[in-house]
Ligand binder design. Structure first.
Ligand SMILES: NC(=O)c1ccc[n+]([C@@H]2O[C@H](COP(=O)([O-])OP(=O)(O)OC[C@H]3O[C@@H](n4cnc5c(N)ncnc54)[C@H](OP(=O)(O)O)[C@@H]3O)[C@@H](O)[C@H]2O)c1
Length: 315
């Protein structure tokens, strides 16, 4: 049956300005890194994407290497886009990235103009798209002058293959440098995509969030549930989890319960507490994860006591 999106999809989501740009992103976005490759039933991927869009999640995040195997997530997404989402293309923000190893030889990873431009062409073909909304340099490449990578991003926008560009996994100084170069080229940096969760606070300790705030760019935080660790599943079944981490999860879950939230909801609200963070970028392996995660938006505020207690647990 043809997919018809939920008519009330925009009622439950919060949309936040992405830095000082005119683009608004949903506070919760869905990434297709895992669970969308050829190793999963396409119907399940389809149901998860429907659940997400029906809940107001307008942003789907991909990369050249998501799978498995590499490229499979873009290929599957292309099939589902054609089947269900083409009438909604203008309601969607679709991103892709290049940076990690994608094909053999000296031009299959990094940050050269050669790699980035070949890679976006391949991604567009796999997804059956004319353009992506956001294209990222996936990680800094210290073997390539940053100017070359940023000039490639600028060329990608000017040639109509992406509307906006961003950077991912860049440190604080690299972020400031990338933003400065892109501004000089006339293609402003839209967004940074770092990892950030209660269990991984590199964004704060390395002052990347300060660079993001100073540069007034957007910030979409990946793995806000620490790849599924910050969930009730791990509280109840800590297989492969360090005892110390498990103790913390139990204590954090007590705070979540007092707030009437699941641990996943507390974790997402915590990432979104900083106004410099635009979006929490989740993954999902089940349809139910979408509704549970989006319901985090029902309680985003924290008391100073709750924040202090969380810091003590994580110290
Ligand atoms: N730029 C980069 O370098 C980079 C790196 C990594 C990821 N990313 C992006 O970030 C996205 C998300 O990464 P991630 O998968 O690590 O995110 P995550 O949200 O931290 O973890 C997702 C996992 O958490 C569990 N889960 C999700 N919602 C839940 C809920 N409400 N209740 C209970 N469990 C829940 C599921 O695990 P189970 O399947 O175990 O139940 C799911 O697979 C990726 O798809 C990708 O787009 C970017």
């Amino acid at each position: 049956m043809a997919y018809e999106a939920n008519a009330l999809r925009y009622d439950q989501m919060i949309y936040r300005a992405c830095g000082k740009s005119g683009l608004k992103l949903p506070a919760i976005a869905l990434g297709l890194w895992r669970n969308f490759g050829f190793d999963r039933p396409l119907d399940l991927s389809r149901d998860i994407l429907h659940a997400a869009f029906d809940s107001g999640i307008t942003h789907f995040d991909l990369a050249n290497n998501y799978g498995g195997p590499q490229g499979a997530a873009e290929q599957n997404f292309g099939i589902l886009l054609k089947r269900d989402f083409l009438p909604y293309r203008d309601e969607l923000v679709i991103s892709s990235k290049a940076g990690y190893r994608m094909w053999k030889g000296p031009y299959g990873d990094g940050g050269s103009r050669k790699y980035l431009i070949s890679s976006i062409d391949q991604s567009l073909k796999r997804m059956g798209l004319d353009y992506v909304d956001i294209f990222y340099h996936h990680k800094p490449d210290r073997d390539t002058p940053i100017e070359e990578s940023m000039m490639a991003l600028d060329q990608i926008v000017r040639s109509g293959k992406a509307l906006y560009v961003g950077i991912s996994n860049y440190g604080a100084e690299e972020t400031r440098e990338a933003v400065r170069i892109l501004a000089a080229l006339g293609t402003p940096c839209l967004i940074h995509q770092p990892s950030y969760s209660m269990l991984y606070r590199w964004l704060e300790t390395e002052k990347v969030i300060d660079a993001i705030g100073d540069c007034a760019i957007g910030c979409i935080c990946f793995s806000p549930l620490s790849m599924g660790k910050l969930t009730n599943k791990t509280v109840n079944d800590p297989v492969g989890i360090d005892d110390k981490v498990h103790k913390r999860l139990i204590q954090l879950n007590e705070i979540a319960t007092d707030r009437g939230q699941s641990l996943a909801q507390l974790s997402l609200a915590w990432v979104l507490r900083d106004k410099r963070v635009t979006t929490a970028l989740i993954g999902a392996s089940r349809i139910e994860h979408i509704a549970d995660s989006v319901a985090a938006l029902n309680k985003l505020d924290f008391t100073p006591e709750e924040l202090k207690r969380i810091d003590e647990i994580l110290a």
